[in-house]
Design a protein around this ligand. Structure first.
Ligand code: 3PG
Length: 204
């Protein structure tokens, strides 16, 4: 979370796109890559990046079960991101040796994640579930919790989130717009990644 202001949320449909995508993001200064387990090719994409792009830190997104956590770890993922939180997923990630960024959208979920030792959480879906106002409200009771808002974040609204004391970084798919990989437009991905420098926070 402290490496860069944005964790890119990536959906890949073709394993041939994985390595050029990772290299394009790295060229733009983003090395933490969340490959979502939403396509049949996702695990092979994680494997390819882990093997061929050692400077990238590849993780698995959309981790919803013990099986997802085990498969992600076997593929070489170094971290996991989940859209919600259950203790079972937390335990599975610990057993698999995966750092987990657990998703939360309610006070109850925050409390469950904290009980299991997680105090850096993904707020998902951030804009749809209350956005900046929700994070400001949580800063009271959950004063010791930090968030990575994800869902509806754009280059335009990211500064509003990053200005909050309880936000460390944001997540978003805008760095890798759908269709970009199919078009092989890696230059666009690097340009979008470079734009995030304006958000500050690299190596924060
Ligand atoms: C997701 O898991 O789909 C992410 O939250 C991405 O959301 P976004 O497409 O609104 O950035």
């Amino acid at each position: 979370m402290q490496d860069a202001p944005v964790i890119p949320v990536i959906v890949l449909n073709d394993v041939a796109h994985a390595v050029p995508m990772a290299r394009a993001l790295l060229a733009g200064g983003i090395r933490m890559l969340e490959i979502t387990l939403r396509t049949p090719q996702a695990l092979a994409c994680i494997e390819a990046i882990a093997r061929e792009v050692p400077d990238a830190v590849v993780g698995a997104g959309t981790v919803r079960s013990k099986a997802d956590a085990q498969a992600a770890a076997s593929a070489g993922a170094r971290f996991a991101v989940s859209p919600g939180y259950t203790s079972a997923v937390g335990q599975a990630c610990r057993d698999a040796g995966l750092a987990l960024l657990p998703g939360v959208a309610t006070g109850g979920e925050i409390m469950a994640a904290c009980e299991d030792g997680y105090t850096e959480l993904k707020f998902f879906p951030a804009v749809q579930a209350g956005g900046v106002a929700m994070l400001k409200a949580w800063a009271g009771p959950f004063f010791d919790v930090k968030f990575c808002p994800t869902g509806g974040i754009t280059l335009q609204n990211a500064p509003d989130f990053l200005a909050l004391k309880n936000v460390v970084c944001v997540g978003g798919s805008w760095l890798v717009p759908s269709g970009t990989a199919e078009q092989g437009d890696w230059g666009r991905v690097t340009r979008l990644a470079n734009e995030t420098r304006g958000l500050g926070g690299f190596g924060r």
